[in-house]
Design a protein around this ligand. Structure first.
Ligand code: WQD
Length: 350
């Protein structure tokens, strides 16, 4: 990956949702690259412990504010107190199934928090934004691999908030100096090699990886495999799992691209994935190999809203961001296992 130019225009970065699984890994990469970090998080689905461990990993400090991004008065005070050069916007509710049960909670939180952020960025002339979008905006793609020109069609309220936010940002970029990079994450997995930070879902994990890890460590009995009758190599769902550290590095490359961009009002979109799909059974077998533990599972009915397969065409990010995922599925699973065994109760045992 390219080195940063000696004189760069971005020094102070605001990371919303920076205490979360992806956010904490992004904070590690940004601190190690020498940026000054301001982190906002309401800790509704994360722990401040993750940020303390980020500081241990990097031996650097960050500034943390526990606040809700919908609280415009509070967030204004942050913009008044710091000379922010760029924003990485991760804060948001992200459970697909919960969004189907509580759509208004998702629209209110995810949309309003973004509107507050964009209004304050305009007010304080902060014109560089990286937004955490998701492959879920592609809905059920007609063919694979998925590239950024594919039609957009979210199939659940969570995905629709991501799509609405993308549209809001595109509209704002049209008429202001705001420059944005929209990063569409595929399936983040794994953990920092130290085992100090990782995925710590509240309650029963919705996502496959943390659930498999909890079965391997004996916290749960078996994995329910949601359907084995999909038109895939072994009938189970295929996804593009990307190591969370690779994902984090993609944000650094996006910032560098923006830092060098002379034009204003740009809104660029990139898939962040590996370009390789793995099935549910691949992940279960891989986790048994990585952990040396048996992972029991049972075949059950499909989960509503799931699609058969989804994996990325990543050539645009490779070329324009000079970024590519470097870590294998085995490494993701080994790193996830290390996090799980070092933190059987997540951050709560600190
Ligand atoms: C992966 C595969 C399931 C759990 C979602 C969001 C996406 C992003 C990642 C937020 C599928 C199967 C899962 C289980 C299973 N979230 N599965 N048993 O649904 O691809 O993506 O999470 O940004 O936006 O859409 O991820 O990990 O839930 O499922 O069989 O207990 O594992 O059917 O094939 P998904 P997932």
């Amino acid at each position: 990956m390219r080195q940063w130019p000696r004189r760069r225009r971005i020094n102070c970065i605001l990371v919303t949702g920076g205490a979360g699984y992806i956010g904490s890994h992004i904070c590690v990469e940004l601190l190690e690259a020498g940026f000054q970090l301001i982190v906002l998080d309401n800790l509704s689905n994360s722990s401040q412990q993750s940020l303390k461990r980020v500081e241990v990993i990097t031996d650097k400090e960050l500034t943390f504010y526990q606040m809700d991004l919908t609280d415009k008065v509070a967030v204004t005070s942050v913009f008044e107190s710091h000379s922010i050069d760029a924003v990485i916007h991760l804060a948001g509710l992200k459970a697909v199934s919960e969004s189907c049960e509580l759509p208004l909670k998702y629209y209110q939180n995810n949309i309003n928090s973004t509107l507050v952020l964009l209004e304050l960025m305009a007010q304080f002339s902060v014109n560089k934004l990286v937004f955490s979008s998701s492959a879920t905006v592609y809905g059920e793609p007609e063919k694979m691999p998925v590239d950024e020109t594919f039609p957009l069609a979210a199939t659940n309220p969570y995905g629709r908030t991501k799509l609405m936010i993308e549209d809001i940002i595109r509209d704002v970029c049209q008429v202001t100096a705001l420059n944005t990079v929209l990063l569409r994450y595929f399936n983040p997995a794994g953990a920092h090699k130290s085992g100090l930070i990782g995925e710590d879902p509240n309650g029963i994990p919705n996502n496959l990886l943390p659930y498999v890890a909890q079965v391997a460590v004996g916290k749960r009995e078996k994995v329910s495999v949601f359907g084995d009758d999909y038109p895939t190599k072994d009938g189970t769902g295929v996804r593009d799992y990307i190591h969370v550290v690779d994902l984090a590095k993609g944000h650094l490359q996006a910032l560098q691209a923006m830092d060098e961009d002379r034009e204003i009002g740009q809104c660029k979109v990139f898939n962040l994935g590996t370009g390789q799909g793995y099935s549910v059974l691949d992940v279960i077998k891989g986790f048994e190999k990585a952990s040396g533990q048996k992972v029991d599972y049972q075949l059950t009915a499909r989960r509503s809203g799931d699609i058969a397969e989804c994996y990325a065409n990543v050539s645009l990010a490779n070329e324009k961001l000079h970024w590519h995922a470097e870590k294998s599925l085995d490494e993701m699973l080994e790193d996830a296992w290390r996090w799980q065994t070092m933190n059987p109760e997540g951050y709560s045992n600190d």
